[in-house]
Design a protein around this ligand. Sequence first.
Ligand code: SAM
Ligand code: SF4
Length: 442
Amino acid sequence: MSSSKPLKTRQLPKKKFHLLIFGCQMNISDAERLAKILTQIGYEQTKNESEADLIAVVACAVRQKAVDRIHGKVRNWQLVKEKRPLVTLLSGCVLAADRKKLADKFDLFIDIKKLDTLPEQIQALAPEEKLALPDFFDIEPSYYSAYRAYVPIMTGCNKYCTYCAVPYTRGKEISRPSANILEEIQHLLEHGYKEIVLLGQNVNSYGLDKMEGIKFPELLQKIDKLGDNFWLKFLTSHPYDMSDKLIKVMTKTKNLNDYLHLPMQSGSDALLKRMNRHYSIAQYKKLIRKIKKSLPQTAISTDTIVGFCGETEKEFQATASLLKTLKFNMAYLSQYSQRAGTAAAKLYKDDVPKAVKKERWNKLNKILTKNSLDFNKTMLGQTRDALIDYVDKTGNIYNNIGKLSNYISVHIATTKPLPIGEFTQVKIVEAKAWGVKAEVVK
Ligand code: SAM
Ligand code: SF4
């Protein structure tokens, strides 16, 4: 991180920017870096879209839904622009095809890997002196939270799942230098951060793009040694790269949370093949068994796509059945949306009707709700730390909302508010499908 390398800045008149994020944690992390650059060139952030001079959208084109939402917003901004000056900027994981459609509707488009060109592009709209800024990974982010930080350890993806836009929007895998990552995390821990989430499209292939240097298990060990008593998670793991060595290291990583996200995508071998996922159901099941044996407390969540090209009822049933047997307590379920330029768009027909996708999604969601409730019941009576995110008041009662280390939502009702961004020890007293209710341990 660039704390040791102060950035050259030149103040523009104080203008305001507003950030909109339509995407995942990776896009939050992108937005934190974008916000830092805008701040460095003299903008200040506002939460109020209507007073912004610049609106920056960090979007994810992985699903059509996000793209549709942007189109809706853009129509409103055209009306605002008729009344006052407004600069709109688009960045994130945006496919070339979507960019083409949106290009004339935004004033600026910034490739997320080339954030350093942002000041120059803004200057081209309002000429100013040239500014020098560092590479993407060297940009010190403006963190959204004072206690939870998303730390990118790599960007891009080499897997080329046939449905996925990421290899085209973010390019090939590039691992961030480990010294840079360790420096950022050290700095965060020194400033009291409680939760570190390592980010990458495929974190367990960290370091494989370089001949020399450490790989993901070693990186995890080094991060673990930076402190005690903080939460450490990583997102996302590809089953193909989930090695025995990594599982072994995970069992010895004291700060590592009891949470793992391991996308399965489908329960059918034929579909996995069409998706180019590089593993079979038998291999995936074996992997889950291994993880559960070594890390029995770990809550495993997954990603599943329904309605992928040519998905038959039988293939869908295989996915539903696997979701049931493997008892994932959480899953991000998506309905397949064709992305221009991907292999699936070229090779296959998006032939599962929308209504069937929706129906299949609903069926999986039902299974997930039951799994989730069953899992939450297993935590009844446990004493755990909760990290409080939000507090509101109804009558004389404070509703403290937070997360447990395994990513389960927790609700604690108290007569005095609990401190946000701090750990509070709680006892789980009630299980719900959305999470658990708990009491403070005196
Ligand atoms: N790298 C991770 C992996 O391999 O599983 C996931 C990253 S991807 C950006 C997040 C999730 O979006 C995927 O796991 C997949 O379920 C979903 N996804 C990606 N492309 C999709 C598409 N075209 N339609 C629907 N869902 C999609
Ligand atoms: Fe997309 Fe597959 Fe890469 Fe995940 S592993 S980002 S789903 S191409």
